[in-house]
Design a protein around this ligand. Structure first.
Ligand code: PLP
Ligand code: COI
Length: 353
């Protein structure tokens, strides 16, 4: 599919790299593609960044037909720009699309759109280590009628935001609260899909945690509220008695690309990794017996983020003296090293633009 490019006549200036934060600034352009059942995907275009217009009955506004992805473009010390496992994001977007009855993307065409867009926005990829251009592909149902059914029209877009650290703590340990009341999703629901509704439903618990001084919540499974699942914007891993344990993908957890990469790195480094059910009771026992050596989250925005304090049933537990553990640090070094081109990419994960 040809991509028509209309460049902005009023380019913006990049804010100071030290003040980027996460998702606050946007680049000069955005990519838009239309879909309808008769024509399929068509009219791919890159246009100046700006507001879009939607019919007041648009499906996304009423029934939440929306999915998204998150990945980053990194600048190496040599000035090259590279993506980390971008095809994994496209594949996951198609898994999400299938769940939400939205149209699938052609993988090759989606990759081409991503590359063309990043190439055009090249100057927006920041230079300092730890900063990147966060890319947000997303899709929404866009029928102009109120019936509830598989959409006949949809829109795919990519926007981009030069970003620094997701958490204000940076690589320093974050405080997480285990959520006992709200649940994020259930098996058979949409947990494995990256759809907007999962996040909308998560906000209340996140707010409550925030008021108590915690960065995010750790979700328990939606049926028994017994098993640890994941954190608001990252998967979780625990080092218990020498073994790395991460919740298995039961269908209600987002299959993180960082999670998958961490598992591969850990196995290569010789660690024993178990993907299995982990009950909150087992986790609490491990803390009380001094067997929980490290806890950390992993995700594109959050990278690898140590968990320094865990709150459960109104009791706060300090993990690893609130220090970054050895495994957490090693994973952070390997992953960020590959992403920013500082260490050899022995896995073949990066793609140069
Ligand atoms: N879990 C949730 C709920 C997320 O929002 C994210 C972020 O995308 C992740 C896990 C980590 O996924 P990934 O490593 O693919 O970014
Ligand atoms: C990501 O890590 O890309 C995410 O999507 C997390 C988030 C900001 C929802």
């Amino acid at each position: 599919m040809e991509i028509k490019i209309t460049e902005t006549t009023t380019p913006k200036i990049m804010p100071k790299e030290s003040e980027l934060g996460f998702g606050q600034y946007f680049t000069d352009h955005m990519l838009i593609v239309d879909y309808d059942v008769d024509k399929g995907w068509h009219n791919a275009r890159i246009v100046p960044f700006g507001n879009i217009s939607l019919h007041p009955a648009s499906t996304v506004l009423h029934y939440g037909a929306e999915i998204f992805e998150g990945l980053k473009a990194y600048r190496t010390a040599e000035g090259d720009i590279q993506l980390f496992r971008p095809l994994e994001n496209i594949k996951r977007m198609n898994t999400s699309a299938e769940r939400m009855c939205l149209p699938l993307l052609d993988e090759g065409e989606a990759m081409n759109m991503l590359r063309t867009f990043v190439k055009l926005e090249e100057k927006w990829v920041p230079h300092s280590f730890g900063t990147s251009l966060y890319l947000r592909p997303y899709m929404f149902g866009n029928d102009e009628t109120l019936g509830v059914h598989t959409v006949k029209r949809a829109t795919f877009m990519i926007i981009a935001s030069p970003s620094g650290s997701y958490y204000k703590e940076g690589i320093n340990p974050v405080k997480i609260m285990i959520e006992k009341d709200d649940v994020r999703t259930v098996r058979g629901g949409t947990g494995y899909a990256k759809c907007g509704g999962n996040y909308a439903a998560s906000t209340r618990a996140g707010e409550r945690a925030g008021k108590k001084g915690y960065s995010q919540v750790l979700w328990l499974d939606g049926v028994e509220r017994k098993y640890v699942e994941e954190v608001g914007a990252m998967n979780v891993m625990f080092k218990i008695d020498g073994e790395i344990v991460t919740p298995e993908l039961t269908g209600s957890i987002l299959p993180g690309i960082t999670r998958k990469s961490c598992i591969e790195v850990l196995k290569k480094l010789g660690y024993k990794v178990s993907e299995r059910l982990l009950s909150v009771d087992e986790l609490m026992d491990a803390i009380k017996c001094g067997k929980l050596d490290e806890a950390f989250g992993c995700g594109t925005a959050a990278v690898v983020s140590p968990i320094g304090r865990l709150m459960y049933n109104d009791v706060e537990y300090v993990i690893n003296d609130e220090k970054i553990g050895e495994v957490t640090q090693k994973l952070y070094d390997v992953l960020t090293g590959i992403q920013w081109g500082r260490v050899d990419d022995e896995f073949g994960w990066v793609e140069k633009i």
